[in-house]
Design a protein around this ligand. Structure first.
Ligand code: ATP
Ligand code: MG
Length: 330
């Protein structure tokens, strides 16, 4: 996981915009809040920002606010003085001291307890930390990147997350889209992971067209982590050089048969013909992209459209699809 040069694979327009944003923020010291479902690449993006920044020869320190018990988190983050609590036998630096001049990655920030939220806000504002049991604070130079898979605005609304800290953290918000909203990257990602895992095999494994269709249609609730794990497992377990649908995990195989495919019908009370036509159009476009492995030029040719027409239709489809808590308006 501690990749020195983290590679963000994908050519979907949302990923291109993400790259653009990463490049921009890496030139600054602004606080960044990365949001996205589990496995979408939040830590990868945080590392990329660090690697592209002027701090890349300094430490990148990751703290998981969700796994460190609340009462230990303070001394983990800010360190402690000798004797400040039972068991505090010596001076011990915290993560902030270790990250001095570098980047601190605060993962699962939504899990941070209210007391720590106040302390973190103070650090972000004053750029000073006070170790547990110390009389005097001291200055640190740390760039903070936070991440969460929770909807933090809803946490604020529910009174579980401080509003002032929320705004202080998301000076630059970076939402990462789930994989199912950029399916055209699935074949590229599969190739990437096949290449990585095929290294340890006597002969390389590839994915059949039919199996690729299922992998494209699957919804990937665990996003890229799930995709990587599936590919790694296929490479390890496959007895044949070509993976066919029957070799895919059962949950992926059954997904398609259960996925409801709407078949528009003229009901008694009538129907919305425009919506039905649009629905049909979207499915055919999806299929054309799938067959051409996401190549828009080739897909447009299959559909008898100009590339620009297809791109316009995709943009409209995307706008309709995304009723997300935030827009990817980078
Ligand atoms: N665009 C991408 N290209 C290549 N690999 C990716 C990409 N996005 C994520 N990955 C890989 O997927 C895995 C999961 O990514 P990461 O740990 O950054 O996700 P996360 O959002 O932090 O997940 P979680 O919320 O579960 O902590 C990692 O192995 C990462 O390298
Ligand atoms: Mg993570």
């Amino acid at each position: 996981m501690a990749d020195k040069d983290p590679e963000i694979v994908g050519t979907h327009s949302l990923i291109q915009k993400l790259h653009h944003l990463i490049t921009k923020v890496s030139k600054t010291d602004s606080t960044v809040l990365i949001t996205g479902e589990s496995g979408t690449g939040k830590e990868l993006v945080a590392r990329k920002i660090h690697e592209l920044s002027g701090r890349n020869d300094q430490p990148f320190v990751a703290v998981n606010c969700g796994t460190i018990p609340g009462d230990l988190l303070e001394s983990e983050m800010f360190g402690h003085q000798k004797g400040s609590f039972t068991g505090a036998v010596g001076h011990r630096p915290g993560m902030f001291q270790l990250a001095h001049k570098g980047t601190m990655f605060l993962d699962e920030i939504g899990e941070m307890n209210p007391m720590m939220q106040v302390k973190l806000l103070r650090v972000l504002q004053d750029k000073e930390i006070r170790p547990v049991g110390a009389d005097m604070p001291f200055r640190v130079d740390v760039r903070v990147i936070a991440a969460t898979n929770k909807d933090l605005s809803a946490e604020v609304e529910a009174g579980r997350f401080r509003e002032d800290l929320y705004y202080r953290l998301q000076v630059v918000p970076i939402p990462i889209p789930p994989l199912r909203e950029r399916r055209s990257d699935i074949p590229t990602l599969i190739e990437h992971f096949l290449e990585r895992h095929n290294d340890n095999r006597p002969y390389p494994i590839s994915i059949s067209e039919e199996a690729m269709v299922l992998l494209w249609e699957y919804d990937w609730p665990g996003n890229i982590r799930e995709l990587e794990n599936v590919i790694e497992r296929l490479v390890i377990l496959s007895d044949s050089p070509v993976v066919r649908p029957d070799a895919l995990p059962a949950n992926i195989r059954s997904f398609l048969s259960e996925k409801k495919i709407p078949r528009p019908k003229l009901a008694e009370e009538g129907m919305d013909l425009n919506a039905a036509v649009e629905e049909f159009e979207n499915r055919i476009i999806d299929e054309a992209l799938r067959r051409t492995k996401g190549n828009k030029q080739a897909a447009a040719r299959l559909l008898g459209l100009k590339r620009t027409t297809l791109v316009a239709k995709l943009r409209r489809k995307r706008d309709a699809d995304y009723q997300m808590p935030h827009s990817y308006n980078y």
